[in-house]
Design a protein around this ligand. Sequence first.
Ligand code: CTP
Ligand code: MG
Length: 201
Amino acid sequence: MALAADVGLIILTSLWLMLPAYLANMLPVLVGGGTPIDMGRTWKDGKRILGDGKTWRGLLVGPLLAAALTFFLQWLVDNTAWGRSYGFPGWGPSPWWFVLAYMMGLGALAGDALESFIKRRTGRDRGEKWFPWDQLDFIIGSLALGVLTGAILAATGATSGNHFLAVFTGPRLLVIVLLTPGLHLLVNWIGYKLGLKSVPW
Ligand code: CTP
Ligand code: MG
């Protein structure tokens, strides 16, 4: 029983910690659109550099809104008995949690844009399915910028030690990589059923 509770808490805290990335990746479906990042330009192969699915509005507003929402999550960690008694981790001391959450969101969308670039180069159209990279692109980008930001905040003395590495432990990273693809497919299927997305993946 105790083991099951421990595993359950590791899973919950892992998904909790990734919320800035999950939110940043989901929000552009609602707030994105408009001018594409590649401005409609094509690459040497005659295909779009990124495509119409990667827009400036999504890239700029997604991470900012995700970090703003993390304010509430960090507040819960710092101020509720629930946050303290279950040991729910946060994104660092104020105001640096905002920087880490924002960079995790930006990393998510940068990873997603990089995936679109590779998708176009390998002849896949916008919205075409590419498992498991559609599901993992934003995780890779978010974790990469997260660890880098944690290192910079530690090196400048803003935080004592790399807060990112302190909370994103090995078991949690494993949970994130294993569970995110399924969650991503589920959320996208719901988005499709709600009429927010044109494809169910
Ligand atoms: N989106 C956006 N700006 C971004 C990223 C995403 O506006 N920087 C919006 C777009 O409306 C996009 C939707 O979020 O269609 C879902 O993103 P994603 O599934 O990654 O894009 P796809 O349309 O599937 O395109 P691609 O094949 O390039 O991944
Ligand atoms: Mg993608």
